[in-house]
Design a protein around this ligand. Structure first.
Ligand code: FDA
Length: 579
C-alpha cells in the first residue's frame, strides 16, 4: 500500500482539523455547469497538484493513445463520442485526491477508469454532452499476497484480474480468487459490481470476499472500511462502480483450491440435441456439487459446455455420469491442471500459458459490441430452446448467449447481505452479446440484441426483470437529473431495481446520500442520493458523518500559493507518504 491509514497522532489530528475547516469553506460551492473558463481553471489546478507527465489534456499528442489504452469496446472511440477534457494517470493517492478537489472546486466531474471494460464505456465517455475528466488508475496496480493463514491479498484497483490471479499462482497452488474469466478486466470495476467466474458456485462473488478497501470520496478524503462506515462499505461491494468514490485498493480473502483441478469442454450441435441438453442443463447445473461448475456458450447451431471441477478426473466422471449422462463426458474430454493453469486454458485457449494472463494489452482489432443480461428462475422449455436455435441464433447478424449456472455458495448469501440480489432461486445468468466489424454501425447487431431481449421476456425473471450491473446496458434505463441538481431516485428505480432489487437499490441510494449527497460522482447509471431518509439507517455507530470531521479523511493542496498548498506542504512533512 502506498498510503498508510495508520498515522493518527494528536498533531496530525489537529492539522487535519484545521485543514478540514479550510477545505469545507473553499470547496463546498455547488457544481456550476462547466464552461471553458472552469475547464481551464480545472486544468490549471491539476497542473499545480499533479506532475505534468501524468496529465493528458485533449491537446496532448498522447491523449488519443492514453484514452484508447484500456478501451475494450471500440464502439466508444469514434469521433462522435463525448470524450474527457483530460485524463489523469494517477500514480498515488494524492493525485486522485487532487483530481477530486480540483473537480469539486471548478465544477468538473470525474469518471474513474480501472480496466476500461465497462460495456457502455462509462468510465471514459459520457453518453450526454458534458465536460468531465478521467482518473485512470492503470498505474496503480500492485498486488501483495499473503499465503500464511488467513490467506489474503491487497490489490490496487488498476490491476487486472490476470495480474491478481498470476500473483496468487506465483505464491501458492492451494489458493485462488473467485473472480471473472477475462484476465484484462480491471479489479476496480469488477469488484465494484460483484464479479463472478468459474468458482462462483463454490465461493460466490469476487465482492463477497472483500474485507477492506481504501477509497477517496467526493470531499477528497481517504477512507477505509472503518472510516467510510458500514453502509458505504456495504455499498461499494456490488453496488456498481462510479457512484460512491474512487476505490484505490481492496483487501480480499483468498479461497482454497486443490493443487489439481479438472477442466472439460463438450460441444453439441442443434442436430445432436443441444436444445434437449440445454433444457436438462438448466435443472442439473445449479444443483451439482459446489465443486463443479458447467457453463454454456450458445452460438450458431452449437452449445459449448465448459466445466471446472475442483478435484481430479476420477472423481469428476462419476458425478457427470450420474447427474448428466446425456452430455456424454468421457476421460478424453477431461484435462487435469493447476487452478492457475486453468485460467488461460479456459479463457484464452489450450495453447495459452500462465504468463499470457499478464498481458494487459487489449487487441486494437477487438470488435465493437453490444451486450445485455437476464436472470432465469424457472427453467425454459425445450421448445423455446429449439426456437432460440432456429429463429434467433441462425440469423445472419445473430449474437451469442453465455449461461452461467448459480446455486451453491452464491445462493446461500442473504439478498440483503450485499447489494447483489440475484441469489437464492436463480438458476442461471444469461449474457447476450453481439459483435460487428470495426467501422460498421452495428445497427443490425444491436437490433438483434434488443429483439432477442424482447423475445426472452416471458421466459426470464419478472418484477423486476433482473440484470447484472457488470454487464451494463443503458437500454434498461438512465438517470434523470432533477431537483437540487441531483439524479432522481424515482427515475433511477427503473434501472436500479433490476440490478439490485427494490430494497437494495433504496439502501444504495441512502448510502450515496451519506457519502456523496451532492451527487458529484454521477453518470448515466450512478446511484442517486437519497437524502433526508438517512436517519432511518444511521442508528449504527459505524455510519460515517459526512459533513463533519472524520479521523480517516485527508485533504490535499490546491493550487500553488493558496493557503491550501501551504497547509499541504506542512502536512507533507508530517505524512510524506501521501504526497
Ligand atoms: P472500467 O474501468 O470501465 O469501470 C467499470 C465501472 O466501474 C465504471 O462505471 C467505472 O467508472 C467504475 N470504476 C472503475 N474503477 C473504479 C474504482 N476504482 N472505484 C470506483 N469505481 C470504479 N464480469 C464478470 O463478472 N465475469 C466475467 O467473467 C466477465 N468477463 C468479461 C469479459 C470482457 C471481455 C469484458 C469486456 C467484461 C467482462 N465482465 C465480466 C464484466 C466486467 O466485470 C465489468 O465490465 C467491470 O465493471 C469492468 O471493470 P473495469 O475496471 O475493467 O472497467
Amino acid at each position: 500500500m502506498r498510503s498508510s491509514m495508520a498515522c493518527r497522532s494528536p498533531t496530525m489530528a489537529l492539522a487535519m482539523l484545521l485543514v478540514s475547516a479550510l477545505f469545507f469553506v473553499t470547496s463546498h460551492a455547488s457544481l456550476p455547469i462547466p464552461i471553458q473558463a472552469a475547464a481551464d481553471d480545472f486544468l490549471r489546478c491539476m497542473s499545480a497538484s499533479v506532475p505534468g507527465n501524468l496529465l493528458f489534456p485533449r491537446s496532448s499528442p498522447s491523449f488519443a493513445s492514453v484514452l484508447a489504452s484500456s478501451v475494450r469496446n471500440p464502439r466508444f472511440l469514434g469521433p462522435a463520442v463525448v470524450r474527457p477534457l483530460c485524463i489523469v494517470t494517477a500514480t498515488n493517492a494524492s493525485h486522485v485526491q487532487a483530481a477530486v478537489v480540483c473537480g469539486r472546486r471548478h465544477g468538473v466531474r470525474l469518471r474513474v477508469r480501472s480496466g476500461g471494460h465497462d460495456y457502455e464505456g462509462l468510465s471514459f465517455r459520457s453518453a450526454r454532452p458534458e465536460e468531465f475528466a478521467v482518473v485512470d488508475l492503470a498505474a496503480l496496480r500492485s498486488v501483495r499476497v499473503t499465503v500464511r493463514e488467513p490467506a489474503e491479498a491487497w490489490v490496487e484497483s488498476g490491476a487486472t484480474l490476470g495480474e491478481l490471479y498470476h500473483a496468487i499462482g506465483r505464491a501458492t497452488d492451494r489458493h485462488a480468487f473467485p473472480g471473472g474469466l477475462c484476465p484484462t478486466v480491471g479489479v476496480g470495476g469488477h469488484l465494484s459490481g460483484g464479479g463472478f467466474g468459474m468458482l462462483l458456485r463454490k465461493y460466490g462473488l469476487a465482492s463477497d470476499h472483500v474485507i477492506n478497501a481504501v477509497m477517496v470520496d467526493a470531499e477528497g478524503r481517504l477512507l477505509d472500511k472503518q472510516t467510510m462506515g458500514r453502509d458505504v462499505f456495504w455499498a461499494i461491494r456490488g453496488g456498481g462502480g462510479g457512484s460512491f468514490g474512487i476505490v484505490l485498493s481492496w483487501k480480499v480473502r483468498l479461497v482454497a483450491v486443490p493443487p489439481r483441478v479438472t477442466v472439460f469442454t463438450v460441444v453439441k450441435t442443434a442436430q445432436e440435441g443441444a436444445a434437449d441438453l440445454l433444457a436438462k442443463w438448466q435443472e442439473v447445473a445449479p444443483a451439482l456439487p459446489d465443486d463443479l461448475l458447467v457453463r454454456v456458450v450458445v452460438q450458431g447451431d452449437k452449445a459449448r459446455f465448459q466445466a471446472l471441477y475442483l478435484g481430479g478426473r476420477d472423481a469428476l466422471l462419476p458425478v457427470m455420469g450420474s447427474r448428466f449422462p446425456e452430455l456424454g463426458v468421457n476421460p478424453t474430454h477431461c484435462k487435469e491442471m493447476s487452478w492457475i493453469q486453468s485460467v488461460p486454458y479456459i479463457y484464452i485457449g489450450e495453447a495459452a500459458t500462465v504468463d499470457d494472463i499478464l498481458n494487459r494489452t487489449v487487441a486494437r482489432d477487438s470488435s465493437p459490441s453490444k451486450s445485455t443480461s437476464d436472470y432465469v428462475r424457472r427453467a425454459i422449455s425445450r421448445e423455446v430452446w429449439a426456437r432460440i436455435f432456429s429463429d434467433w441464433l441462425a440469423r445472419r447478424d445473430a449474437g451469442l448467449m453465455i449461461l452461467d449456472p448459480y446455486g451453491g455458495s452464491i445462493a446461500v448469501v442473504a439478498e440483503a447481505a450485499t447489494p447483489f440480489s440475484h441469489r437464492a432461486g436463480v438458476l442461471y445468468n444469461v449474457q447476450y452479446m453481439n459483435f460487428w466489424g470495426v467501422g460498421g454501425d452495428g445497427a443490425a447487431h444491436t437490433t438483434w440484441i434488443r429483439d432477442m431481449y424482447a423475445f426472452m421476456e416471458p421466459h426470464v425473471s419478472k418484477n423486476p426483470r433482473e440484470a447484472y450491473v457488470n454487464y451494463r446496458d443503458l437500454d434498461i434505463g438512465q438517470n434523470v437529473v432533477g431537483a437540487g441538481d441531483v439524479s432522481s431516485f424515482e427515475a433511477g428505480r427503473v434501472w436500479g431495481e433490476k440490478y439490485y432489487s427494490k430494497a437494495n437499490f433504496r439502501r444504495l441510494a441512502m448510502a450515496k446520500g451519506q457519502i456523496d449527497p451532492r451527487d458529484y460522482f454521477r453518470s448515466e447509471q450512478s446511484i442517486p442520493p437519497l437524502v433526508g431518509e438517512q436517519l432511518e439507517l444511521t442508528s449504527s455507530r459505524n455510519v460515517p458523518h459526512v459533513d463533519g470531521m472524520n479521523a480517516g479523511w485527508w485533504p490535499l493542496g490546491y493550487g500553488t500559493g493558496s493557503v491550501g498548498s501551504v497547509l499541504s506542504s506542512v502536512l507533507s512533512k508530517l505524512m510524506p507518504s501521501f504526497f
